[in-house]
Design a protein around this ligand. Structure first.
Ligand code: ADP
Length: 271
């Protein structure tokens, strides 16, 4: 397929606003504070990887963006608009977004999880076509053409008619990537996408994601323990510990010459 067309398609008109802005975001589960007044900005088209020990709040950040969790305090903005909130009755006052608003906003964000969760009774193509047709209201023919392009991008042109259960874990995860992109998300979230895979299948999935990163302008937020991948795809790496950013910097600088002891300790634990 003409890749130029795909990258055109996924490129959004640049604006002055960051793609994502966390403004003093706090998230508590009961009396456990996971994020404590977090400020975070991700520019349009930027690729940011979150690293840090287990339990440091990385997945919670992705789940807040996916509207799977609600903020306890603070506001999340996407493309300069309140995302976690909406204007209240009183002028200038924001209130937590209603379920209906959150559902609409959720469509702007794509997410690929550890578990691929494909529909086993549908073909690979139908898995990718399903959401654009039923959620975005695209025509079946148009959605089918685009699904084929995306399956080509992830190297699965020859598997469009296969059932997911006949595919390897790596191939299933590549279908999940195509399915996420089919929704034309502004932001793609990748949460430990290779953790559930056998080691020999990790490389093919990471290669596909490197390709997606290279050929599109999509804003990317990743959580991964694959430091080689983080280095290749990220403009910036953020090191988290205890729900706070310990250190942040360009991928090479942070990985090769971390300034903080906690970053050094974490990196030596995953290498
Ligand atoms: P990471 O992705 O860095 O491993 P998480 O964001 O998954 O960290 O989790 C951060 C903390 O929040 C952990 O202590 C975890 O137990 C807690 N947590 C996450 N989700 C929930 C939940 N739904 N209920 C209670 N605690 C949670």
């Amino acid at each position: 397929m003409p890749i130029e067309e795909l990258s055109e398609d996924l490129t959004k008109v640049p604006t002055a606003h960051p793609a994502v802005r966390f403004d003093r975001v706090t998230k508590r589960f009961g009396d456990h504070t996971v994020l404590d007044g977090l400020d975070l900005e991700v520019a349009r088209g930027e690729r940011v990887t979150l690293i840090g020990p287990s339990g440091s709040g990385k997945t919670t950040i992705l789940r807040l963006l996916m509207t799977l969790e609600r903020v306890t305090d603070g506001v999340i903005h996407v493309d300069g608009q309140p995302f976690s909130h909406m204007p209240g009755r009183t002028a200038g006052k924001l209130v937590p977004a209603s379920e209906r608003h959150l559902a609409a906003r959720r469509r702007r964000i794509g997410m690929v999880f550890q578990q691929f969760n494909l529909f086993p009774h549908m073909s690979v193509l139908e898995n990718v076509v399903e959401a654009p047709v039923h959620v975005l209201g695209e025509g079946r023919e148009e959605a089918g053409l685009r699904a084929r392009e995306l399956l080509d991008l992830v190297g699965l042109s020859d598997k469009v008619d296969a059932r997911p259960t006949r595919l390897s874990g790596g191939q299933q995860q590549r279908v999940a990537i195509a399915r996420a992109l089919a929704m034309r998300p502004e932001i793609l979230l990748l949460d430990e996408v290779t953790s559930a895979l056998d080691p020999e299948l990790v490389a093919e999935v990471l290669d596909v994601l490197r390709d997606v990163a290279r050929r599109t302008d999509i804003t990317l937020l990743c959580v991964t323990h694959e430091m080689g991948f983080a280095r290749d795809v990220s403009d910036r790496i953020l090191m988290f510990d205890g729900g706070r950013i310990v250190e942040s910097g360009p991928a090479d600088a942070l990985l090769d010459a971390p300034g903080e002891e906690r970053t050094r300790a974490f990196l030596s634990s995953v290498r």
